[in-house]
Design a protein around this ligand. Structure first.
Ligand code: FES
Length: 103
């Protein structure tokens, strides 16, 4: 896990849930969907509100405030509320620990 910074145990991230972590001063949202863990920016690109706790379904997260939806793999938004994608980060799970790599 050389370049990857360990951030959270996989067991602490239930399927279809999210957790906000801070990695080197950067807010990163971990999302567990479809057996995979994704890491994206922690704030919605519509009005910069927190995405944590948003509904996760089929590889997408919906913003709790106005419902903008984002693809967790690409960060791309779906719909008209925003056209700005979320930042995405590389994730590695090793020995039950989630690691995130910042660019
Ligand atoms: S702040 Fe997220 S959809 Fe408006």
């Amino acid at each position: 896990m050389s370049d990857y910074i360990p951030v959270l145990e996989l067991a602490a991230l239930a399927p279809d849930s999210s957790a906000l972590v801070t990695v080197q001063g950067c807010e990163v949202l971990l999302c567990h969907s479809g057996g995979e863990v994704f890491a994206v920016g922690g704030r919605c690109t519509h009005q910069q509100e927190p995405l944590v706790g948003g509904r996760i379904r089929r590889g997408h997260i919906s913003c709790p405030l106005h419902g903008a939806r984002f693809n967790l793999r690409t960060g791309e938004p779906v719909g008209q509320l925003t056209r700005i994608p979320l930042s995405t980060y590389q994730v590695q799970v090793e020995s039950g620990m989630i690691g995130v790599k910042l660019d």
